[in-house]
Each structure stands twice: as C-alpha cells, then as structure tokens.
Ligand binder design. Structure first.
Ligand SMILES: [Zn+2]
Length: 204
C-alpha cells in the first residue's frame, strides 16, 4: 500500500467504482490512471470512507448504488491531465488546489442496481472533450453555457427529474457531513479538505 492514510472503496452491492480517468470517458480521452499503472481504484481518507458508509441504510432502502467516478487522484496523473488540456478551468494548474490529490474529495452520482445512472442535468463530468477543443480555439461561449448546467443553482422546468436527482444527491451527501461546491453537482469533499496534505503516489 502506498499510503497508510488512504483506504479503498471497493466494488460492492453499494458502490460502483468506475473512475473516469481510468477509461476514455473523460475530457482528455486518455486513460491516464491506467497509463501510469494506478488503474481503476478508488482511494479516500478514512474520514471520507466512514462518512460514505453511513449511506448504507439509504442505498439499501432505495435499492440504489453510489457510483464513484473519481476519488484520490495521484498528483502525477493530475499533472498529466493538465499537460494534455492546459486550461485552468479544467484542471487547476497546480495539484495543490485539488482536494482529489489529498484524498479528500469524490466525484459521484447515484445509479440503479444494474449500474444505470439516474438522470442529472449534465454528464457526471461536464468538462467534455468537445469543449476542450472549442476553448483551445478561443470559443468560450458554448462551454460557459454548458457549465451553467453543472451548477447547483441551475434551474430548468424542462428537467424536473434531473434537477430533483441533483438535489437529492446534495441532500444525501450533506446529511453524511460532506460539502458540495457550487459549480460541480457531482463533486463532494470533506469540510476541512484543504487541511489535509497532498499524498504522493508512485508505482511500486
Ligand atoms: Zn471532483
């Protein structure tokens, strides 16, 4: 184990681990976690794991699962992501600022037992490849409009289920003591996340 401060969230009847940076479904289109040998493994601080375990009664009662799409992010992976798409709004240019690199944040959504995601106003990671290309060629308008949908205060009468599911997730995560951020409905972190030190990972 590379850090005694991190604990693994394993695939189970409650959690699905499907990290976006372990596959191609991310804005860089590069399976960065696989490339560095980290793989599809979700690690978090003990405090985070303990909070997530409190979801058990809710998930069982509702016959839902929590899908984890990112958790601890090795700083070296963060650097790679930033090198591929050097746009600060996508990846803070220093890992210092990412709570993922401290094991203090997760990206997640609820899904049914068969793994299908509930509907939400955007994909779990609204930072999609097409917008990276547009931004790099100087077109910010589409992306800014799209990012509004990722916000917790985004409202749309044509998306009642999407908005209700987003609100339900927020209520649920706050009920176990995690904090939302205004501009990414899928991101939750420990309230004092920035106080935790960065954790360095390297392949054995
Ligand atoms: Zn996040």
């Amino acid at each position: 184990m590379f850090s005694e401060d991190l604990f693994e969230i394993k695939n189970s009847d409650l959690f699905i681990v499907d990290l976006m940076y372990a596959g191609l479904e991310n804005m860089t289109m590069c399976p960065v976690y696989e490339r560095i040998g980290f793989g599809n493994r979700a690690f978090v601080r003990k405090e985070m794991l303990e909070k997530l375990e409190k979801l058990t009664p809710f998930l069982r009662r509702q016959q839902l699962k929590l899908k984890i799409c990112d958790a601890y992010r090795p700083p070296i992976a963060h650097e790679m992501l930033h090198d591929i798409v050097p746009i600060p709004v996508f990846f803070a240019d220093s890992c210092q600022r990412s709570l993922h690199c401290r094991g203090a944040a997760i990206d997640c959504c609820l899904c049914y037992e068969d793994g299908r995601e509930l509907v939400y106003p955007t994909r779990i990671d609204a930072y999609e490849k097409q917008y990276a290309e547009q931004l790099m060629s100087g077109n910010e308008e589409n992306f800014s409009r799209h990012l509004q949908k990722a916000r917790h205060d985004y409202q749309n009468p044509d998306m009642p289920d999407e908005i209700a599911n987003r609100n339900q997730l927020k209520e649920l995560m706050e009920s176990i003591g995690l904090e939302a951020i205004p501009h990414e409905w899928w991101h939750y972190n420990l309230p004092n996340g920035a106080d935790y030190p960065l954790i360095v990972w390297k392949k054995d």
